[in-house]
Design a protein around this ligand. Structure first.
Ligand SMILES: [Zn+2]
Ligand SMILES: [Zn+2]
Length: 284
């Protein structure tokens, strides 16, 4: 079984109830944080985990809403891991990730210096190992395999999706993307597809052109459902709602997806949890 928790279902627009984009995936004894938007560590605590418990941080792309709390994850893991010689944080992302991580460490350079000077048992900066991928196997450890595939969020490029497999169960995390062959291939036959969505019918009516601009590089609810149907996945999990999903309107969003995808559809508030069992769908 793989467990998916929607830690943050929000978007770049601050929301009193929704943290920024982030999803927690627990597979066997391993824990993966996918993107790290605003407020991620508070949601991680609410889900019973923490920065120190992560097997790896996965980044789908380098848009600010998806990496807003990258510094918090790196620094908090560093100062709240009390065992000597802690394992470096593994970060897997698209090309460009290493430069962003280096720049983040540089931004916290003063803080890192203060803590090394103040605590005798902190002798070096945060340990981080970055792995950049666009395609192929990115992780294979203790029965968990992770595949990466290209998505299409242009002009943001390169962007990637992840497929995590464990003991016959599988989950694909699409990130922000329009429908594309790379995601179709990655998601084929998966137990669940976690997909970011926008309501183009609502966004297109907004008076600000800058907001309407987002329609050309995101999937609508209907497009995400089409992708799920084409890929023959077992469960479609919607997140990153733009505009914010208003409580009481869940059925409207669900109906739009259900018109295109006839299996299980999940959506909801931060900390919504979905179990993905083996054999939900044919293995690819
Ligand atoms: Zn994006
Ligand atoms: Zn986004």
């Amino acid at each position: 079984m793989i467990e998916v928790t929607l830690l943050g279902t929000g978007s770049p627009i601050p929301d009193a109830d929704r943290a920024g984009p982030s999803t927690l995936v627990r597979a066997g004894s391993q824990t993966f944080l996918v993107d790290c938007g605003r407020g991620v560590l508070q949601r991680l605590a609410a889900a019973g985990s923490g920065a120190g418990a992560l097997s790896a941080l996965l980044l789908t792309h380098l848009h600010s809403d998806h990496i807003a709390d990258l510094g918090d994850v790196i620094i908090t893991r560093w100062i709240s891991t009390f065992a000597p010689d802690p394992a470096p944080l593994q970060i897997i992302g698209p090309p460009g990730t290493a430069a962003v991580v280096q720049a983040t460490l540089a931004a916290f350079g003063d803080d890192i210096g203060y803590r090394i000077a103040h605590h005798a048992d902190i002798t070096g900066p945060p340990g981080v190992q970055v792995h950049e991928h666009t395609d192929g196997v990115a992780w294979e450890q203790d029965g968990v395999r992770m595949l990466v595939g290209p998505t299409d969020h242009r002009p943001v490029t390169p962007t990637i999706g992840f497929r995590i497999e464990h003991d016959g169960a599988s989950v694909v995390l699409a990130g922000d993307t329009v429908p594309c062959a790379g995601l179709d291939a990655l998601a084929h036959g998966a137990g669940a597809l976690v997909h970011t969505v926008i309501r183009k019918d609502l966004v297109e009516q907004m008076p600000m052109q800058r907001i309407r601009d987002i329609c050309d590089y995101h999937s609508s609810v209907e497009q995400a459902a089409d992708t799920a149907a084409r890929a023959d996945v077992g469960i479609l999990i919607l997140t990153h709602y733009v505009p914010a999903l208003v409580r009481g309107q869940e059925d409207d969003w669900r109906a739009r997806a259900a018109a295109h995808f006839s299996r299980q559809i999940e959506l909801g508030d931060d900390l919504h949890r979905v179990q993905v069992h083996p054999g939900v769908c044919a293995e690819s």
